[in-house]
Design a binder for this molecule. Sequence first.
Ligand code: UT7
Length: 320
Amino acid sequence: MRRAVVESIGHYLPNRIVENSEFEATLETNDSWIRSRTGIERRHFAAENETTSDMGIKAAQAALANANCTVDDVDAIILATSTADLTFPSAATMVQNGLGMRHGFAFDVQAVCAGFLYALTTANSMIASGQANRILVIGAETFSKLMDWTDRGTCVLFGDGAGAMLISAQHDESSDRGILATALRSDGRYKDILYVDGGISLQTTGYLRMQGKEVFRHAVEKLSAIALETLEKAGLTTEDVDWIVPHQANKRILEGLSKRLRIPMDKVVMTVNNHGNTSAASIPLAMAVGVQNKLIKTGDVVVTGAIGGGLAWGTAVIRW
Ligand code: UT7
């Protein structure tokens, strides 16, 4: 059986770090509210001329370097984003060009905060079916460009960044490493609780709009249910889990998940404090930090899950 195994992970965060206190000058908010209600302390914002594909290229280069690979070894790029540089071509083809890759194929996936799970599931299927042997799966976002800076309920929550994972086909029957199970869901009835009020049909970029409390409620409920379902599909239980790497939207969501899954907080990788919510980049960024800090190690069982606009959500169980 062919299985997709994680070879490496890399990330990139823009230079500009914005502390919570910076918002105090222009908004009726403060560090204490943001910290206590979300766990966020700071976030990175891309420079004016820095795009999603620029960040995707840097994260991909880091993943390739960590695996001692070059683009010649890669068959495809799948990039999850809701903030592509342009309406088209895809940010993935821009990353392909930026990496100097002249073969294979590249495309974007758009499932907002769940985008990385949708991209990873697609890449996993392509590897399992033999369409590709090695794929770069990237999550990259510049959500700072979708913020209404007068809306304190949203603009303090998001950040920019990119993460990239290199996965490849494994044939070794004696190894149990790899992506063990995935699950995806969406429910368009909830399209109005998290959306951008612009787009092609309106000929504007628009701003992110969110009913935070509603999204929060769905997040804990749906992510815990799908995580249990995916673990069962993988033939595992919560007892087998070494790390949960949830979408980094709010520390209280991570705590809610930990409680519902009965997996202690010291097994939850948390980066929301330093990154804010980076949408599709959040999971690969958190995984990269988890590996860098020597938390996630080869052979560990990692459960990852994300939910966002759509609503769209998904999970993956990976033996690292
Ligand atoms: O990535 C996709 C997934 N996204 C999420 O998962 C986000 C989920 N939602 C959340 O994380 C939380 O709901 C928020 C952090 C967005 C909001 O926290 P909350 O505890 O649900 O607060 P709330 O929206 O109910 O607002 C409580 C109060 C309100 O004031 P009143 O009406 O009680 O007077 C808000 O106006 O807090 C106020 N508020 C703020 N105060 C200071 C909202 N934002 C701020 C702020 N600073 N930045």
